[in-house]
Design a binder for this molecule. Structure first.
Ligand code: ADP
Ligand code: MG
Length: 707
């Protein structure tokens, strides 16, 4: 009997070890099968050949064919990381960079941040062993400020190039120069007057020392796009070769509404439940325009769910949008539990950049949020507009990846014909001050002469230069000023925010400004559910400052920080964070947004310290802080008019205080605001009271006192 029990013990012991091992093994095998089944797998060898033979290659392939996740792995296996070179892959969106990196790390069987990693603004998950690095296009541009040859990289893949974000466009121009210079060697470049001496900082120096005299390895550039039109990229790169990766697509039934919808969020909800009640199994992908809309749709689904019969309540919702904390983003990829249906509520991130398995139904209200720029007034409102035809097609295509699907367009068919063919590149419709600041810091002085893939409007360039001049970033000769302009270029923020941080250190209130800028950088800190409007108003009151929203945001941050610190003393970190989420809920604060703001805060605090800015506090006296707001946001100043509306001083527009502002009722005489939102009115948001006289005192370049 002792033998038996011994054997029994042993086999139990074995099975304990074996079980996770075999599960792990099954999962790996499963991943391997999935990889082999992707359309791109059939052309791996061919693609490697093409990359070897062409320094610049354009790859066009349908969404979901495996470009983003597979090609970097092929290149790594194909020897393109020899001598320690890194394969960099840029994405227009942070969510894509993060989720894809996680997936690829798993496919490679490595810990994230080791061989495979990612870097986005405010988050760097890479190490010296990283060989495949996913990042945002904006981040690679920032790296170029420190290493103008991008010398770490052997291959740079510009992914989702069809999106034509302003960063992608500038990056393409930069890569063209870098490729030429690297082929020629650094010593040549120095001879030809590449603006090396413009940069200071030890990183540049060490790259220079490494590179001087020796030939850098040539740079391979790969441009990947989901749109079939590769011509513009090919022409831009001197007739570069373009190849096409065949995808797989099942038929998708397109359904339209009979009438235009007045409230598309409501129509979306009705459609979700209609599909859920009447259609067969399969997950639903919904395209909405932003965090606020997604979160309210999510709440509404959960409110209506209890009205269904018990057996029909197996509906799960998953949001995905750019500021969602990264641990939450991965949840959309979790396999749907048996008997359940998943509803994914996404921004246009799910259009081409991330592919979620299991989608059979797509709901497309036909809207998208974009930033626009009006050169005549200099304002840059976020507006919700109709999608283009190309976007509508991409969206519906998501329903037919694994089998036949259905797409519900929440507008009449006749409306589809009226849509624009494709979206205007962002560079044609944005404020260029960031781009100009960046190019100047890279040593490109002649902005109008820069080799853009598509020229921005001259007037927009001039307007943006003017703005930078007024902020003190450019000198009279349009050179980057020292230190203000140099510092502004190094901060990963909009010029006005950078300016606010830089002068806050002089006003001794940088501690406060870092918090406020972090809070302004996230969408919707407060939320006010329709049925609890009164309660949320009372909650807001306990934080609100009579001076305005900026100090109110500061109060929220400090209150949450105090709460967290107290909670940390007696609890584990997880428990403390959980308590904080509860605290947020009680106070009608969006805990996701607050978390994001905390992350941003720690990053920009580090940036500020690296630049030797003094992080000090103004204590209880908020006057210097408010003066500092006036000295940085003076371009967004507005004066009250007799009828209670405001006149924005620099644009001349008539604007109104948004009802969410704590100053909505008080209506002070003179204010500064953070942003203008255009709906049926010109609403301004995040407002603070200032003294009219401060404008002439602190921004004499813009305002003079009238006699
Ligand atoms: P492309 O770049 O050509 O659009 P991708 O490389 O992004 O294609 O996607 C290839 C496949 O990888 C898709 O089938 C997608 O569903 C899958 N995939 C990507 N990320 C994940 C993930 N995190 N979990 C599971 N599958 C994923
Ligand atoms: Mg892709």
């Amino acid at each position: 009997p002792s033998m038996d029990s011994g054997n029994f013990k042993q086999s139990q012991h074995n099975s304990n070890i074996n079980k996770p091992k075999s599960e792990h093994f099954a999962r790996r095998q499963n991943i391997e099968q999935q990889r082999k089944a992707l359309p791109i797998a059939a052309v791996e060898k061919l693609l490697l050949e093409e990359v070897r033979n062409n320094d610049t290659l354009i790859i066009v392939g349908e969404t979901g064919s495996g470009k983003t996740t597979q090609l970097p792995q092929y290149l790594n296996n194909g020897g393109f990381c020899r001598d320690g070179g890194i394969i960099g892959i840029t994405q227009p969106r942070r969510v894509a960079a993060v989720t894809v990196a996680k997936r690829v790390a798993e496919e490679c069987g490595v810990a994230l941040g080791q061989k495979v990693g990612y870097a986005i603004r405010f988050e760097d998950v890479t190490s010296s062993s990283t060989r495949i690095k996913y990042m945002t296009d904006g981040l690679l541009l920032r790296e170029a400020l420190l290493d103008s040859y991008l010398s770490k990289y052997s291959v740079i893949i510009v992914d989702e190039a069809h999106e034509r974000t302003v960063h992608t466009d500038v990056l393409l121009g930069l890569l063209k120069t870098v490729q030429k210079t690297r082929s020629k060697g650094v010593s040549d470049a120095v001879k030809n007057g590449m603006p090396l001496e413009k940069h200071n900082g030890s990183e540049v120096f060490s790259t220079l020392k490494q590179c001087r005299g020796k030939k850098l390895s040539p740079l391979k550039i790969i441009i990947m796009s989901a749109s079939l039109d590769a011509r513009v990229f090919s022409e831009y790169f001197g007739g570069a070769r373009a190849v096409h990766v065949q995808g797989r697509q099942y038929p998708v039934d397109i359904l339209y509404t009979r009438q235009p919808e007045t409230d598309y969020v409501d129509a979306t909800l009705i459609t979700i439940f209609q599909i859920h009640m009447e259609e067969g199994p399969g997950d639903i992908l919904v395209f909405l325009t932003g965090q606020e809309e997604i979160e309210s749709a999510e709440r509404l689904v959960h409110e209506r769910l209890p009205q269904l019969s018990e057996s029909k309540r197996k509906l799960l919702t998953f949001p995905i949008f750019s500021s969602l904390p990264s641990e939450k983003q991965m949840k959309v990829f979790m396999p749907t539990p048996i008997g359940f249906r998943k509803v994914i509520l996404a921004t246009n991130i799910a259009e081409t950049s991330v592919t979620i398995p299991g989608i059979k139904y797509v709901i497309d209200p036909g809207m998208v949020k974009v930033r626009t720029y009006e050169a005549s007034t200099g304002i840059e409102p976020l507006i919700i507009v109709k999608t283009s035809k190309a976007q509508a097609l991409q969206r519906s295509g998501r329903a037919g990846r694994e089998g036949p699907g259905k797409c519900y367009r929440l507008y009449p068919e006749s409306e589809f014909d009226k849509l624009k063919d494709s979206t205007t590149p962002e560079i044609k419709r944005c404020n260029l001050s960031n781009v100009i600041l960046h190019l100047k810091a890279l040593g490109v002085d002649d902005i109008i002469g820069f080799d853009f893939i598509e020229q921005p409007d001259r007037i927009a360039i001039i307007k943006s230069m003017e703005l930078l001049f007024l902020l003190g970033a450019l000198t009279d000769e349009s050179k980057l000023s020292d230190p203000v302009g140099q510092r502004m270029a190094r901060l990963p923020l909009d010029p006005i925010y950078s300016k606010a941080l830089i002068i806050a250190s002089e006003f001794n209130c940088l501690e406060e400004m870092l918090i406020v800028v972090a809070m302004l950088s996230v969408e919707s800190i407060f939320y006010a559910p329709r049925e609890k409007l009164e309660e949320s108003r009372i909650a807001l009151k306990s934080f609100s400052s009579p001076e305005g929203d900026h100090l109110t945001l500061l109060n929220v941050y400090r209150a949450s920080d105090e709460f967290l610190q107290k909670s940390n003393l007696v609890n584990s970190k997880e428990k403390a964070e959980k308590n904080l989420r509860k605290w947020c809920k009680e106070n009608f604060i969006n805990s996701r947004s607050l978390k994001h703001a905390r992350d941003i805060h720690s990053q920009i605090q580090r940036n500020a310290e690296q630049m030797n800015l003094h992080v000090t506090s103004c204590g209880d006296d908020m006057l210097p802080f408010r003066r500092c707001l006036a000295a940085s946001f003076f371009l967004n100043a507005a004066l009250k008019q007799p009828d209670g509306t405001y006149r924005a001083l620099s644009s001349g527009l008539t604007v109104q205080i948004h009802p969410s502002s704590v100053l909505f009722r008080t209506k002070p005489e003179c204010i500064i605001f953070d942003e203008l939102v255009r709906t049926n009115h010109n609403y301004i948001r995040n407002i603070s009271r200032i003294d009219y006289l401060w404008l002439a005192e602190l921004a004499p370049q813009c305002y003079a006192l009238q006699e």
